[in-house]
Design a protein around this ligand. Structure first.
Ligand code: SAM
Length: 239
């Protein structure tokens, strides 16, 4: 898609204030449980340093903070200022001294090599222009022995779940989203919540994403489905 980065920024600028509430509704409250599994896969420990790439409103960064505690450090990075504004408003309430949010590009991370024990990415692989570059950048800034973990939407394999998913995700989610996006096109492109559904069509199959982890120099790359296969968690360990 031409101008994808600018368009994605416009999408998330428009929906930032309602993003958390809508996410919770659309995943029927299952999201927190999936994020917990992501956190287990990071193998983060007290005192570690973690990064959440495409952090949006900061939820996974705060979950990392719960694990690393006051002795660790967590950074969340995103390129949409309105999403970071929501994250920072939550941070102000939580008063964590060792969490910060920075504006930046997932495909060109402003961090030294081997800087973090774990680097996560939630529901953003289908939003970036270059998935391989994003995973490679996440791997670059991960310390040897550390983990890269991503989660994104996927199409269930079992036909009955897939049948239901296709109706829910492509038809009902965009309608639920009209409450926020008013079904208004962004430029000449999809309204925001129609994009959230349509963008899945650009995401490669799980095995291709796993191969991208391997290409990025990550060992033991693997994935597992959650939510009856409606999302998939991918992980790999830096050599
Ligand atoms: C679907 S939201 C996910 C937010 C959060 N990770 C979550 O799990 O709720 C996708 C996020 O990716 C961000 N994003 C997309 N492409 C990006 C890029 N190249 N660099 C940084 N952030 C990006 C968007 O601004 C948006 O906040």
């Amino acid at each position: 898609m031409e101008g994808k980065s600018e368009y994605v920024q416009e999408v998330f600028t428009e929906i930032a204030d309602d993003y958390d509430q809508m996410n919770n509704k659309m995943t029927w409250g299952m999201l927190k449980g999936w994020q917990k599994i992501v956190m287990q896969k990071t193998q983060l420990k007290t005192g570690d340093r973690g990064l959440d790439v495409c952090c949006g409103t900061g939820e996974m960064a705060f979950q990392q903070r719960e694990i690393v505690g006051p002795a660790g450090e967590v950074i969340g990075l995103d390129f949409t200022q309105s999403m970071l504004d929501v994250a920072n408003a939550k941070l102000e309430k939580l008063r964590y001294k060792n969490v910060s949010f920075v504006q930046g590009d997932a495909m060109d991370l402003p961090f030294e090599d081997n800087s973090f024990q774990a680097v996560t990415n939630g529901f953003a692989l289908r939003n970036v222009v270059d998935i391989q570059k994003t995973i490679s950048e996440m791997a670059r800034v991960t310390a040897p022995g550390g983990r890269v973990v991503c989660i994104d939407v996927s199409v269930p394999k079992f036909f009955l779940f897939r049948w239901f998913f296709n109706i829910y995700y492509y038809k009902i989610v965009p309608i639920m989203g009209h409450a926020v996006d008013k079904n208004k096109k962004i430029g000449s492109k999809f309204p925001a919540y129609t994009w959230l559904a349509e963008s899945l069509k650009t995401l490669p199959p799980q095995d291709e994403i796993k191969q991208m982890f391997i290409n990025a120099g990550l060992d033991d790359a693997d994935y597992r489905g959650v939510g009856f296969g409606a999302s998939t968690i991918y992980w790999g360990t830096k050599r």
